[in-house]
Design a protein around this ligand. Sequence first.
Ligand code: BES
Ligand code: ZN
Length: 456
Amino acid sequence: MPNLDQYLDQQREQFENELYELLRIPSISTDSQHGEDVRRAAGWLVDHLSNLGLTTELIENGGHPIIYAESAPVAGAPTVLVYGHYDVQPPDPLDQWLTPPFEPTVRDGNVYARGATDDKGQMLTHVKSAQAWLQTEGKLPVRLKFLIEGEEEVGSDSLYRLLDQSPEKLECDVVVVSDTSQFGPGQPAITYGLKGIAYFELRLKGPKQELHSGTFGGAVTNPANTLARMIAALTDENGRVQIPGFYDDVIPLSDQERSQFAELAFDEAAFMQQIGVDGVSGEQGYSTLERRWARPTCDVNGIWGGYQGEGGKTVLPAEAGAKFSFRLVPNQDTKKIAESLRQMLTGLCPPGIKMELIDMHSCPGVLVPLDSPYVAAASQAIERGFGRQPVFIREGGSIPIVTAFSEKLGVDTLLLGWGLDDDNTHGPNEKFCLADFHRGIKASAYLWEELSKIGQ
Ligand code: BES
Ligand code: ZN
């Protein structure tokens, strides 16, 4: 019988092949045409987890199914809730993928596929580490509860309902999530802060149909011109948000945190090169890391209206619209912001335009305490798995349910990211480094052992 480390080494290829199986399923949660695929991915996980000997359930809760699986209780050791998601973002723009998004392809030690890092690959590390314990030791050193949802990328509605309806089912001592990033290649990290989000769609309707812009322009309000004016009013030229009261509840960055950020080896030139820009900009008085991790922002996510085809067409469009979102920092109130935004845009809406503002979803930002024995155990496990001590970072992405774990279950979440900033999350050519996949599995396997030493 191999020991844990031997087993992990022997199973490398098998683990990779299983990851590719899951990556082949286009479980795009936002696209109703992929409803069946989302179910297929959920079914794959149910089979997989129950084959490991875990008590597994497919929870139907209104939206995409949630998978719940648990191992046996371990007396005197903590219960750990492992959260992850099997849904993925749409693969568009398709023509920019070098290989098809749902045909996982290995190049230079990375697997390329939608969901490779976000979050199928990262999530699977914990399933595989549980398998390694069960296959070599016959049991886990802590009780694990897996909670894997299919709506993370669309706001987690079903999971919020589950937390309200059955919090006792999810009772635990700590939550573990791998859906974030390392600080850089070879430098693992524990993330202690995530941004929140407030996401909106704005639709402006003008005349009942497109008009000749010569005959009607200047006298009839143009929805695309109006949209441009409204979007421009959201921020100043440095990206500072102009909604009244937006910064009221923002907690200023402490000098201590600013100097911690400054001590991290962040290479701005390499960052610009990675994303293909020759300059960066943002709120005055803040560094790039501060802007990305700890200051609220506003971004247009999509914008449309009027003629987009070849050549020119002189029309005054009948409608125009945009999707835009604010990334929020802890303590900002999503409701207050939505109300203030609505008031501001209503005030900017001229005669002849009907405005519809849709509040799509939101969640607050979150900070998790670092002075806990769980964080110490995670640091230890990461050092053993990755061969290097983690640094402590914040990140700009959002994982909506993390706030609810602390509010509804009263527990902290360990955000242990195995991804990298250049993984092209949500973009074309998403990837995950296979060496990090295996290091993540190792770190996870050691994490169960380190956490078991804490007791209850
Ligand atoms: N894995 C990301 C969250 C993330 C991204 C954390 C980058 C840290 C760094 C997650 O799957 C995600 O993308 N979440 C969405 C949530 C939103 C749709 C409510 C996000 O942040 O856009
Ligand atoms: Zn994710």
